[in-house]
Design a protein around this ligand. Structure first.
Ligand code: ZN
Length: 295
């Protein structure tokens, strides 16, 4: 089994050596440091640089955070704090906001990964103010991202949603689908969320059956990726065609077809995504294979 997917953006390996994660601080800490300022799915960086840099020092006075600054770790030896600002906030001219899922090479994979981690943490913080069981305000579990309900006693931990993504191969052809929400001409791999009572392999079989109407076999795990939009765990697979005629469901998926590896549509997904990585790794060299994992 490969661990190459560890090198994908948003996975921790990308920032090990530069970043030490820390649990939420229990006491105020005003040691100067760096800022991960998020605006939607963009990261605020110093403007006009070939290689983006995080703001350092005090949070600029004309930046109005919507959230309390939250220290999430140590970046290059100094505290790194994350805040979110309004989607329509006008940035001071010294700064610009770069999408961290997008292709802008000024934002390297390291900073994209920092931004993704900050976004995932702030998303959890925003969604974990109140107990989903009784509605009472939650308190932090010491040295942990979890929260505790003082009223009913329930503990809550960060919600990370498992999602399979699979490249289905038939000889030298690949199965690609177009989601109803995507522009014509854009195709990607079959993907979907794990359902109750399923193994990951069963989820692969069901999603391919639902989205494309065919059966698959020989399902092999190839790698995984943290996907902080807002909080998924993408689990990647290869599978072989095993029967049936391709037929999109017509609702979630409006097109599904076999594409020859010599005539693929535009590369699927963001260049930072596991879908792109799976295609680049296993979609061109169709002999590339991994050990079979049996359910
Ligand atoms: Zn409760």
């Amino acid at each position: 089994m490969s661990d190459m997917s560890n090198s994908l953006p948003f996975n921790s390996s990308i920032i090990c050596g530069f970043f030490t994660p820390l649990p939420p601080e229990q006491a105020p800490d005003d040691t100067p440091g760096f800022w991960a300022v998020l605006q939607g799915s963009s990261l605020m960086v110093l403007a006009g640089l070939q290689q983006a840099q995080l703001p350092e020092g005090s949070l600029p006075a004309d930046i109005i955070p919507q959230t309390e600054p939250m220290r999430i770790g140590i970046w290059q030896g100094k505290p790194l704090r994350a805040v979110r600002i309004a989607p329509d906030a006008i940035l001071p001219v010294k700064y610009e906001a770069l999408p961290f899922q997008g292709p802008d090479i000024r934002l390297d994979n390291t900073l994209a990964t920092i931004a993704g981690r900050a976004a995932q943490i702030l998303h959890w913080e925003r969604r974990s103010c109140y107990c989903s069981h009784c509605g009472c305000g939650l308190v932090r579990i010491v040295a942990n991202w979890g929260k505790h309900c003082p009223s009913c006693g329930e503990d809550h931990f960060p919600h990370i949603h498992p999602c399979i993504i699979v490249l289905v191969r038939r000889g030298t052809e690949l199965l690609l689908i177009r989601n109803a929400a995507w522009n014509p001409g854009r195709f990607s791999l079959v993907a979907g969320f794990l359902d109750f009572g399923e193994s990951l392999e069963e989820c692969v079989q069901r999603e391919v059956r639902e989205e494309a109407g065919i059966e698959v076999a020989n399902i092999r795990y190839v790698g995984s990726q943290c996907w902080p939009f807002p909080s998924q765990q993408m689990i990647g697979f290869l599978a072989d065609y095993a029967g049936g005629e391709v037929k999109p469901d017509g609702v979630e998926v409006v097109e599904a077809d076999w594409f020859s590896v010599d005539a693929l549509p535009a590369s699927p997904g963001s260049k930072r995504s596991i879908s792109r990585w799976i295609m680049d790794t296993y979609g061109v060299d169709v002999t590339a294979a991994h050990s079979v994992i049996k359910p």
